[in-house]
Design a binder for this molecule. Structure first.
Ligand SMILES: [Zn+2]
Length: 333
């Protein structure tokens, strides 16, 4: 049972005999990309060159096309799989299952010839993620520490809206976050009927277009550098919401209110971190209690906590053993 899943030092989550998720592994013919965040696209160029197929949901493929350019995936054989559609490979069977994280995110299930169910959750928020039952579970460990609990739930969404509305009274509001998260914020503001234009740089624009194509409602957007309307709006400090990838944080937006979407915010749903600067708790990950809830419902015989990506894999494994009495270990150890 132990050898049916592991995580390599390069971050590949190996399931069964043929599948490597989220990083390249030279021994595996199938590479799965669970979602389009960079720590889950490790070694993808190499996988495209050397694997028989790179497997992902259609939405993840579209997001990678938008983030890395449409030619990137053409260097390999990409196989898109809808949720619950099966891909047999020799004596194993691979299926992707919905996970609430960013558009296109999938949990990965491999059922092997012995009937063992081997599952990797990837990143997920518990609220809308279905629990998939499995014998062997590889679990994300981002908030694997008992201190990482959020008592305030989705209250942060309402706070985000009112912070934005307050800021708009004085001019532009800048929002910083990762791809996928920014589009979720657009959806929240759009649904809250924040009527001002959204101004976005090219890549954020492309990613939003993909989200829209896959059914998300993200509001009207103006392109930051090629739309004259957007330029003059910013020059005149007219109310609008400007969306930037987290990597631009600190470089732009000094003249407006700045809001950072962050998962690392636990005590309060929001925090003032400087003059005109706020951090709002909008996380795409389950907190500690929710991770434990998932394990309980999944009913695995053994759990491996992902110790490659940032988080608390050691503590989480220990707490799963202690509280649920299920053998658990961090991998790589
Ligand atoms: Zn992620």
């Amino acid at each position: 049972m132990l050898l049916k899943a592991t995580v390599t030092r390069k971050g590949a989550v190996l399931l069964g005999k043929h599948v490597a998720c989220d990083a390249f592994d030279e021994t595996r013919p199938l590479r799965v990309v669970t979602h389009a965040h960079s720590d889950h696209m490790l070694g993808l160029r190499q996988s495209l060159k050397q694997c028989e197929a790179a497997v992902m949901t259609p939405a993840t493929k579209d997001l990678i096309d938008a983030i890395k350019g449409p030619r990137f995936l053409l260097t390999g054989n990409v196989k898109t799989l809808d949720y619950r559609e099966a891909l047999p490979y020799e004596d194993e069977r691979l299926t992707l299952h919905y996970a609430d994280h960013i558009l296109g995110t999938a949990q990965v299930l491999v059922e092997d010839g012995d009937g063992t169910r081997i599952l990797y959750t990837s990143d997920f928020r518990i609220s809308r993620t279905p629990v998939v039952e499995a014998d062997v579970l590889v679990l994300e460990a981002t908030y694997g520490n008992p201190y990482r609990v959020r008592p305030f739930g989705i209250m942060a969404e309402g706070i985000l809206v009112s912070l934005v509305e307050q800021g708009l009274k004085r001019g532009p509001v800048y929002v910083f976050g990762y791809h996928g998260k920014l589009q979720e914020i657009m959806r929240i503001l759009y649904e809250a009927k924040v009527k001002v234009p959204f101004v976005v740089p090219e890549k954020v624009f492309q990613v939003s277009k993909v989200c829209e194509r896959h059914g998300m409602r993200v509001g009207r957007r103006l392109l930051l550098f090629s739309d004259e309307g957007a330029q003059s709006m910013l020059c005149q400090r007219e109310p609008c919401v400007v969306f930037y990838h987290t990597s631009s944080r600190g470089k732009v937006g000094k003249e407006g209110l700045r809001i950072y979407a962050s998962g690392w915010q636990f005590v309060k749903p929001w925090q003032k971190i400087g003059e005109g600067e706020y951090r709002v708790a909008l996380s795409g990950h389950s907190d500690f209690n929710e991770l434990l809830y998932y394990v309980e419902k999944c009913r695995p015989k053994i759990v491996m906590t992902d110790n490659h990506r940032s988080g608390d894999a050691f503590v989480l494994a220990r707490e799963i053993e202690k509280r649920l009495n299920i053998p658990a270990r961090p991998v790589p150890s």
